[in-house]
Design a protein around this ligand. Sequence first.
Ligand code: HEC
Length: 112
Amino acid sequence: MFKLNAAALSLMLCVAAALNIHSGAQAPVVTPSAKAHAGEETFNRKCLQCHAVHQGQYSFGPNLEAEMKKPHHKSAAEIGTIIKEGKGKMPGFADKLAPPEIDDLLAYIRTL
Ligand code: HEC
């Protein structure tokens, strides 16, 4: 009997936690942090294979955290153009990402 109650309780806790996360994700206002979070997911799918985002990590392309920490780093408009058109060995993403996805990516990159 106790075992069953414990299982029921943990199930309820899981459901409560899931509902909590769910209602957070459905907030009617798209906050900057929600955009950055969506951008991080896109980044992990499309960009992480070439760009490290943590200090001291290196990959095929520039480490974007190191880039963003530079005092005169690129503006959001310049980064947006690089994402759309590509640069050097980086492919362009104009035909692979919708403008709102690029917006979210920029919000994420600003947090680096
Ligand atoms: C195939 C590997 C590859 C992928 C995928 C890729 N990049 Fe790049 N990226 C590069 C390379 C290489 C450069 C350096 C280009 C140069 O300066 O010649 C670069 C440059 C950049 C720069 C400019 C950095 C600077 O300050 O010089 C930004 C910003 C950037 N990428 C963002 C992204 C984002 C966002 C994505 C995902 C949508 C992405 N990249 C996907 C390889 C890649």
